[in-house]
Design a protein around this ligand. Structure first.
Ligand SMILES: Nc1ncnc2c1ncn2[C@@H]1O[C@H](COP(=O)(O)OP(=O)(O)OP(=O)(O)O)[C@@H](O)[C@H]1O
Ligand SMILES: [Mg+2]
Length: 273
């Protein structure tokens, strides 16, 4: 599947990590939707172009992009020198992506004889090659939750902006202290990292959720962290589009979550340029 449009020369590539310290917080859904959104014709006409890196063995992002992902090279093969990062890029009708599959789980074995502090920069070195291509306005990274293991640390070091997807639920509120610690660690590792904001996902606006939203908003405001205005509403269309391997906005563009991700994309671009 090849794109036939000419490739624009972009002046700057922003690297955006969609991550939180928890599993199941809509990281992949958000990364996929925003990255696909930016690859719509209306954005491409304005010179936008995004790449998504499925930097974890969970292959959901690659599945959603319709890839034959088990056969695709991943960052594992790039580090092994079997393929260049440029050649690892898969071109799909929904945008460009570097696939993830089980091989990603073996990346740390490649660096077992390398000090952690050195291995931590290996992903950033590869991202620098992508930035030098000047083809992408935005590179999105989908990886394991923000814990102090190699892949998330590597991702943080390569990142310009962090987007924090979060659910407005009691357990999220209870673990805001842990989330603060994860953000502080990330900012210590990468002092240039900026937090683009918190995105409330699968938000149903129930009384319980409204209370949790208020607590999260207060926490964010105290920390000087932006909260994206439009929460992503819940809907079966999200999983259905993923199962059909189609972009949400294309599959059911009138679904609440589809509209919300469009609004989020605009706000994110205003935020990060
Ligand atoms: N707005 C929404 N409405 C309904 N379901 C949603 C919505 N957003 C995401 N989901 C569903 O929630 C589940 C978890 O989402 P997702 O896989 O994106 O989370 P994740 O943070 O990437 O998880 P993991 O930590 O396992 O990587 C998926 O089945 C997805 O289809
Ligand atoms: Mg995921």
């Amino acid at each position: 599947m090849q794109n036939i449009e000419p490739t624009p020369i972009v002046s700057q590539t922003k690297v955006i990590l969609v991550n939180s310290d928890k599993g199941g917080d809509m990281k992949t859904t958000t990364a996929v939707n925003v990255s696909m959104s930016i690859n719509q014709k209306s954005y491409r006409k304005r010179g936008y172009r995004s790449l998504l890196i499925n930097y974890e063995s969970s292959d959901h992002a690659s599945y959603a992009y319709g890839l034959d992902w088990k056969k695709c090279p991943t960052m594992f093969h790039v580090y092994r020198g079997e393929v260049s990062i440029e050649d690892a890029i898969q071109h799909t009708p929904y945008g460009d992506i570097i696939a993830g599959n089980n091989s990603v789980d073996y990346i740390d074995t490649l660096f077992k004889n390398v000090p952690f502090a050195e291995a931590a920069f290996k992903f950033k070195e590869q991202i620098a090659r992508l930035k030098a291509l000047r083809q992408y306005t935005h590179i999105f990274i989908d990886t394991q939750p923000l814990i102090r293991t190699l892949l998330p640390v590597q991702a943080v070091l390569a990142t310009d902006y962090l987007v924090l997807p979060m659910q407005a639920l009691p357990f999220s509120v209870l673990s805001l202290g842990k989330t603060s610690a994860a953000i502080e660690d990330a900012m210590k590792d990468n002092p240039n990292l900026k937090v683009a904001g918190v995105l409330l996902c699968r938000y149903g606006n129930t009384i319980e959720e409204r209370g949790c939203k208020d607590s999260i908003t207060k926490w964010a405001t105290d920390k000087g962290i932006h909260v994206f205005k439009q929460p992503i509403r819940p809907g079966i269309a999200v999983a259905t589009a993923q199962g059909r391997r189609r972009p949400l906005f294309d599959f059911v563009k009138f679904a609440n979550a589809a509209k919300d991700y469009e609004i989020f994309t605009k706000e994110l671009l205003r935020q990060v340029g």
